[in-house]
Design a protein around this ligand. Structure first.
Ligand code: ADP
Ligand code: MG
Ligand code: MG
Length: 199
């Protein structure tokens, strides 16, 4: 399971495409258990990322690519999710510094660091029906070398049935049970696009 600078760039372009395709769905979910802007926020951010990646096809290493993406997301996404996704990529930048490839334990450690960054930034933990519920089983599957897409599918099923206790959705209490968390869906779209390029 290896990620390279070139394939990470490919994955981010695919993620931008997926987010655009799911923009309305993300916004509709956020309308049910939030303020109805998640698709708009994510689209703005990933359209900006796409533009930059198309303008710059060569990156020195995985760290430089991650850093640029993180900064762009922080600047453009807004909402709660902007700093959270931004932090994940800034953590990738640290973990991937000077590396043109990452695999095995090194790759798993980078995703754990990104997840820890989200948790720290959001003062959140696993089980609160946020994007953390997707990122956590994902890095665990990388650590344990189990099926990554299956882990993401199961994580989406599980988080959907939880009560939101963090972020805007927590104001909706029990009404959040059975409604997908928008940030969990956008995270799954991003992480699935990354799985697709792992060799
Ligand atoms: P906002 O809630 O500010 O409108 P978005 O709608 O863009 O921001 O993003 C909402 C998503 O962000 C939620 O679906 C959830 O997955 C995630 N989220 C919100 N607060 C937190 C938090 N404290 N920790 C982790 N994830 C969070
Ligand atoms: Mg919102
Ligand atoms: Mg908002």
């Amino acid at each position: 399971m290896k990620l390279s600078t070139e394939t990470f760039r490919d994955a981010l372009l695919e993620a931008a495409k997926q987010i655009e395709q799911h923009k309305d769905e993300l916004t509709d979910l956020d309308r049910e258990i939030g303020d109805g802007d998640h698709g708009i926020n994510m689209s703005r951010g990933f359209q900006a990322v796409q533009k930059e990646l198309e303008a710059q096809t060569e990156y020195e290493d995985l760290g430089a690519l991650s850093k640029q993406v993180g900064m762009t997301l922080i600047k453009t996404v807004g909402g709660a999710s902007g700093p959270l996704y931004g932090t994940a990529f800034v953590k990738f930048a640290g973990a991937f510094k000077g590396k043109t490839e990452a695999e095995g334990d090194e790759l798993a450690a980078a995703f754990k660091e990104a997840t820890d960054g989200i948790k720290m930034r959001g003062k959140s933990e696993f089980g609160q029906k946020t994007m953390v519920d997707i990122w956590t089983p994902f890095y665990e599957a990388l650590e344990q070398k189990t099926d990554l897409n299956q882990a993401l599918d199961q994580a989406l099923v599980d988080t959907k049935e939880r009560v939101a206790t963090k972020g805007r959705a927590s104001y909706f209490g029990e009404a959040t049970i059975g409604v997908q968390d928008p940030g969990s869906l956008s995270s799954a779209l991003l992480l699935r696009a990354i799985v697709e390029v792992l060799r």
